[in-house]
Ligand binder design. Structure first.
Ligand code: FES
Ligand code: FES
Length: 926
């Protein structure tokens, strides 16, 4: 958007080989010029501060962060963006193909920056080694992939033919194939549309006024006067302007969050008002002039403060600041602990963890007659629709949610972010309204992983059988409910780990504080629980004198043993197989580590750790349906309406693979219609590792039904075959074949020759007052083994290798599953060693550190297939599962190396060093 302001200067560049002349402010960021003035939105903006590398372009052939370069500095330069790499470098086509083949692009938000950095490297060195690649991409962050597939893709692009991924599979052979992701091409071309990538003509902007204090009363001054003296500002919106109910939340029975706080802000970053106007005016606005006065109140920041008798209630109706409690009890835990041969105990703490996806929240809304349309990044279009309808006082059918590509979500984009602000403003003004969160706005206002304080006592018999576990946990759920009830409900079910624990008591509480809400983050509290339970089990194994892996094998759940909720899963319990797959590697790695530790003079100690996990796929004892529609078109192609939002995990591809094999059609015959509440049925939210299992099953059912209907149309029995050729469909039974004349058939109301719509809701039962019942129909299992090295003098921990075994039931697409595992391992490394968000501090990606390419070691993925008869082709989920065992395996490895246990994560160098010193001095534990 060019302004006539006096600071504008004429500039000329060469961009992607073409001369460009424009007049813009000389100080404007080059990234913005490229995206907004030249429409080259392949260049992404993740931080605007030089921290993430998403905006990397070539300037004079060198990779630079375009958000750090002023347009005036680039005058006369040659610039290449991802859109121009193909014409610049003959290597680029191979690099793109290699990315696709390796599955190196998941959400795709980092992909343009990665491709630019890689091209710069390959132009100088066509066969780089791993160190050179890591060095070249070291400034570009990826939150999804764990970098391993990116590194392999770049190394292979220069020297090897591409053979890993396949573009198509014969009919009936899609499941199990390493199919290249169906939406991958746009990601490697830089043409994928994320939340910030579309700017409707005439779009207005929004700036939100947020509380700078953790808790504060506030009073507005003359809002109308403020609008009047700022030409270009059209409206100020506050809670008084909400036409419907100013209360939303992902769990309707606990909904408690206003779009705008009414009189008191309950957390730093909470919205109290928004200013709507012309974007260039808003940009220059000094928010310090906004007429509001703040009266700071003493905040409650910790669980301990919130539970104190004297603590004020954050929500009047929630006694003791307790949002919700969770409970699972079986057997007699006190008696069993009293009788156990060995009892160990410990208290563990974890901190807030930021999702740190590369794409900040963004989107736009527009009013279309009596309907509001919102195009934004989201993991849950139908839930957004419900809440926006409630806020605007509309029928849900009058709200259309069009999800964009999502540049990483990991749970946080399940909650509303920009949506209510843009929807309300667009509804009021009848003009498109767009909003893009800054990185700081994203960090201060969106959900985090719950910090946990956990207390455990565990008992075992002399022969190494677990006899009892007493587990209690409090979670800091922040100011609003978000997914607090889910975390408090899921953790007691999973707190035992994937083991037989005959006497068990798990009690949890989600506790309100004046901190930004904690919500969903990959695992819903189970990663925190695993950090405690897996360390306690290591202690037990040591006390009974058993090998730590063998202890887990002895106690692992089996098909016929009850879980702590009394559920006998009956089939597909693959945890023992996961541990056994590690046995030989465990033995040999232990030997190598012992040799290393015995031979080095350096202040280095190596260690090895193992941890197990289980995770129920889908909602905990709640309905959880997905509906998939499939239509046969007159040209013989198949329209697949699947509303599972692909946030990078691959549901667009995996659901299609499942449907293709159920129907018996080649994958190339499918036209994918992704989530849009006006054209795709509800496939639920993308969370809880449910899409492969639940939406995949619905797709399997819909494909099977369509197959039956086509066979019937062709006069064949169910055992007949269908041949899908280009433009035709033939039904074959024995030596009789019949070509279907689809063009002569009437179309149904949805525009298809045949439409099938199927819904799947997993069979579960409610939990009783002791948490007994069948909370999930399908569980995923896994075990990770971490090999680490500690610098004893510095307290730094380096992860050398992670071996990750997962029982996925059936590997629908091994490449995508490995990608989930490697990404989960990277997030687990971050959680174990470096990531902690301190509210009010370091609200950027400079201070909040996530693993970069150099932090993630080799990850060996081993897939176990213990099928579930309920899952499609036996499949289970993998998304949440992958992150759970990494951190406890690393923490157990630290103990193995040093003999000290880290009770508070992350195990930062200062904490590790303090634990070493405490051990040396015989003082308190670390
Ligand atoms: S947007 Fe430029 S480095 Fe993050
Ligand atoms: S694929 Fe790298 S951030 Fe999502």
């Amino acid at each position: 958007m060019t302004s006539a302001a006096p600071d504008v200067i004429p500039l000329s560049f060469k961009v992607n080989g073409s001369a460009v002349e424009l007049t813009v402010p000389g100080a404007r960021r080059l990234s913005r010029v490229l995206r907004e003035d030249l429409g080259l939105t392949g260049t992404k903006v993740g931080c605007d501060a030089g921290d993430c590398g998403a905006c990397t372009v070539l300037l004079g052939g060198e990779p630079i962060c375009s958000c750090l370069v002023a347009a005036g500095q680039a005058d006369g330069s040659e610039i290449t963006t991802v859109e121009g790499l193909a014409s610049r470098s003959p290597l680029f086509g191979r690099l793109q193909e290699s990315f696709l083949s390796h599955g190196a692009a998941q959400c795709g938000a980092c992909t343009p920056g990665m491709l630019v950095a890689a091209t710069a490297l390959l132009e100088k060195n066509s066969s780089p080694n791993e160190v050179e690649v890591v060095d070249a991409i070291g400034g570009v962050l990826c939150r999804c992939t764990g970098y391993r597939k990116i590194i392999e893709a770049i190394m292979d692009a220069g020297v090897k033919p591409q053979s890993l991924g396949v573009r198509e599979a014969p009919a009936g052979k899609a499941v199990g194939a390493r199919l290249v992701r169906l939406d991958g091409q746009k990601k490697v071309a830089g043409t994928e549309i994320f939340g910030a990538d579309e700017i409707p003509k005439e779009a207005l902007g929004v700036r939100v006024i947020r509380s700078p204090h953790h808790r504060a009363r506030f009073h507005f001054g003359d809002l109308a006067g403020f609008v009047a003296i700022h030409p270009g500002v059209l409206l100020v919106l506050t809670a008084k302007d909400i036409p419907g109910v100013d209360c939303y939340g992902v769990i309707p029975r606990c909904a408690d969050q206003p779009v705008f706080a009414h009189t008191e802000a309950r957390h730093r970053g909470e919205a109290v008002a928004s200013i709507v106007g012309e974007p260039e005016v808003l940009e220059k606005l000094d928010l310090g002039e906004f007429p509001i006065t703040w009266e700071q109140l003493p905040p409650i920041k910790s669980i301990e403060q919130a539970l104190a008798d004297s603590a004020p209630r954050i929500h009047e109706h929630r006694e003791g600041n307790i949002l919700v409690r969770g409970r699972v009890v079986c057997g007699d835990v006190d008696r069993a602990l009293g009788e156990a041969d060995v009892v160990v105990e410990g208290e563990f703490d974890t901190g807030f963890v930021e999702h740190a996806y590369i794409e900040p929240e963004a989107g736009f809304a527009r009013r279309v007659g009596d309907t509001i349309e919102i195009q934004a990044c989201t993991q849950s279009p139908y839930m957004d629709r419900h809440d926006i309808a409630k806020v605007l006082g509309l029928a849900p059918e009058k709200v259309r949610i069009i999800p964009t590509a999502v540049g990483g979500g990991f749970g946080s984009k399940l909650d509303l972010s920009v949506q209510p602000f843009i929807a309300l403003a667009a509804w009021k003004l009848n003009r498109p309204v767009r909003m893009v969160y800054s990185r700081t706005e994203s960090i201060v206002s969106t959900t985090k992983r719950h910090p946990a304080h956990m207390r455990l006592r565990a008992g075992a018999s002399r022969d190494g059988k677990l006899t009892a576990l007493d587990f209690s946990a409090d979670f800091n759920t922040g100011a609003y409910s978000s997914w607090g009830p889910t975390v408090a409900g899921r953790v007691p079910v999973h707190g035992s780990g994937p083991y037989v624990v005959p006497n068990y008591r798990a009690l949890t509480r989600a506790v309100h504080t004046n901190i930004v809400p904690a919500g969903a983050f990959r695992g819903f509290g189970v990663p925190q629980a695993a950090i405690a339970q897996e360390q306690i089990y290591d202690e037990l194994a040591d006390r009974v004198g058993m090998d730590r892996l063998e202890f887990r094998i002895v106690n692992a759940l089996r098909n016929d043993t009850p879980t702590v909720t009394g559920q006998v899963i009956g089939e597909g319990v693959g945890i023992r197989a996961c541990f056994e797959a590690l046995r030989s590697k465990w033995m040999s790695a232990r030997g190598e580590i012992a040799r290393f530790n015995g031979s080095t003079d350096a202040p280095l100690r190596r260690g090895i750790g193992v941890a197990g996990m289980w995770y129920g796929c889908g909602n905990t004892s709640l309905p959880n349906p997905s509906t998939v529609r499939i239509g046969l078109k007159r040209d013989g192609r198949i329209a697949l309406h699947q509303g599972a939002v692909d946030i990078g995990q691959g549901s667009n591809t995996i659901v299609t693979q499942i449907c293709a094999d159920a129907l018996g059609a080649p994958i190339t015959h499918f036209d994918l219609i992704s989530g849009d509440t006006s054209i795709t049925p509800d496939c639920g939210k993308t969370s809880a590792s449910r899409q492969t299992f639940v939406t995949g099953k619905a797709a399997h059912m819909a494909g099977t039904k369509l197959r039956e209907r086509i066979l019937k149309l062709g006069g064949a029995c169910k055992c007949g075959e269908i041949r899908f050729d280009e433009g035709s469909v033939t039904v074959v039974e024995g030596d009789r074949s019949r070509l279907l004349d689809l063009t002569s058939l009437q179309l149904d109301d949805l525009g298809y020759v045949i439409t099938c719509e199927e819904t799947f809701d997993p069979p579960i039962t409610p939990l009783n007052e002791n948490g007994q019942g069948d909370p999930y129909a399908v569980y995923g299992f896994g075990a990770h083994m971490a090999e680490i090295e500690v610098d004893v003098e510095l307290g730094t921990v380096r992860v050398l290798k992670v071996t990750a075994v997962h029982d996925v039931g059936k590997a629908i697409n091994p490449t995508l599953i490995e990608g989930q595992i490697e990404g989960g391992v990277a997030q687990g490394i971050g959680m174990a060693l470096m990531e902690e968000f301190f509210p009010g501090k370091g609200e950027n990606l400079h201070d909040y550190l996530i693993p970069s390419a150099g932090d993630v070691p080799q990850v060996e993925s081993i897939l176990i297939e213990e099928p579930s008869s309920i899952g499609p082709f036996g499949a289970k989920g993998i998304g949440e599962q992958a992150v759970i065992p990494t951190a406890p395996a690393i923490l157990n490895a630290i103990h193995d190396a040093l003999g000290v246990r880290i009770y508070r994560v992350p195990a930062t160098p200062d904490r590790v060093r303090a634990a070493i010193l405490a051990k040396e001095s015989g003082g308190p534990r670390g």
